[in-house]
Design a protein around this ligand. Structure first.
Ligand code: MN
Length: 375
């Protein structure tokens, strides 16, 4: 019953070719992924789900998506290929089926977020309505299983005032734990002044904004339309890392010093560039008088940014990120259901870092930043 994402696992094609049926291949794959064994409370901080109102809204705009770069992601929800037929039911399940998988994979809790591109491809009015309905569904799932689920509220950034109202409702009435924004909205980014009320509200409510990947805006996508680079292998990180850099260089963290932004995939490349952007920022300031940040850009990485391990199960990258931004700013995530919980757990269990650091990354940091109940 725990069917695996065939596209997400190297070696799947080879295994399938040797077996008479895909189902058997999937079982074999699963048997090949050991269950994490360390006695940790594993909190998955990037765990996607979908709702019926979101699916219906995708179906309603389907004809507009045919030529759109979004069709690949939306296609998962529209359920018209084998991958989607496996994935969509798992995305929709935020009850017993998901909990059974979590039990089998050694995951204590998931922080749920509406799957990319969330509501951000819809008109502002539709997006606002679907976000609200989806947040209600999320809150109900958490109410039924409060020790297993927490959740991030979806918002419609292109309706900033409505977003602020929904953020306040999500935290104060629904008890949600932060916000999900699937990177750009109509090619616009959260550093732009029209979105400042959203940043201000997140700071005031003391809940983070998780900036999750989506496809680059159409006008930027051209060079990525080769070799499959537009997706998770590179394009998503370029898009989402650029969003993170815009927030960093815009002065958003001077304006909203308590704001916390979470990036998945070990920071979408940003930690790797820290020497270079600090160096170039100073140089640009001295030579051209640009930039008015109060601190070096790297200062804000530790103060305002959290990263997660989603889909980046690499020990050298983990260790580098711990050195650059600190173990207090890293949270465990699998990127369920697109990537395997087990692989994410086995990776961190085996990492050559201290027990204290593992506890922080698995659970402590998430409990603090998302205000989760302690296990
Ligand atoms: Mn994801």
């Amino acid at each position: 019953m725990h069917r695996r994402n065939l596209l997400g696992l190297a070696g799947a094609a080879g295994a399938a070719a040797m077996l008479p049926g895909v189902a058997r291949a999937q079982r074999s794959l699963e048997e090949g992924l050991p269950v994490p064994t360390g006695n940790y409370r594993r909190i998955g901080t990037e765990a996607a789900f979908a709702t019926q109102p979101q699916l219906e809204a995708f179906r309603a705009v389907r004809k507009y998506l045919e030529d759109s770069p979004e069709l690949a992601f939306a296609g998962i929800l529209l359920g018209d290929n084998a991958y989607a037929k496996d994935m969509t039911p798992r995305l929709l399940n935020i009850g017993e089926g998901r909990i059974a998988e979590m039990d089998s994979d050694g995951v204590a809790m998931q922080v749920l977020s509406l799957t990319s591109p969330g509501v951000q491809i819809f008109s502002a009015d539709t997006a606002t309505a679907v976000a609200r309905e989806s947040n209600d569904i999320l809150a109900e799932a958490i109410r039924k299983n409060p020790s297993r689920f927490a959740g991030l509220a979806a918002i419609a950034p292109h309706a900033p005032e409505e977003s602020v109202k929904e953020m306040e409702r999500a935290v104060n009435k629904l008890g949600l734990n932060g916000f999900i924004v699937n990177s750009h909205t109509d090619g616009e980014y959260l550093d732009q002044e029209k979105f400042w009320p959203i940043l201000e509200a997140a700071e005031a409510l003391d809940r983070p904004i998780y900036i999750h990947p989506r496809t680059l805006p159409k006008e930027a996508l051209g060079p990525f339309n080769a070799y499959g680079l537009q997706g998770a292998s590179w394009g998503f990180a370029v898009e989402t890392g650029t969003h993170g850099m815009r927030l960093l260089f815009s002065g958003a963290y001077d304006r909203f010093p308590g704001l916390k932004v979470v990036l998945g995939h070990m920071g979408e490349g940003i930690p790797y560039w820290v020497y270079r952007f600090d160096h170039m920022y100073e140089k640009a300031k001295a030579n051209w008088g640009t930039g008015g940040l109060k601190e070096k850009p790297s200062h804000y990485l530790k103060r305002n940014m959290m990263i997660t391990t989603s889909g980046m199960f690499s020990e050298p990258v983990l260790k580098y990120c711990m050195e650059v931004i600190g173990a207090d700013n890293i949270m465990w995530a699998a990127d369920y259901p697109y990537q395997a919980n087990r692989e994410a757990g086995v990776f961190l269990d085996a990492a050559d870092i201290s027990e204290d650091e593992k506890v922080k990354i698995y659970s402590g940091n998430a409990e603090r930043v998302f205000h989760l109940r302690k296990g």
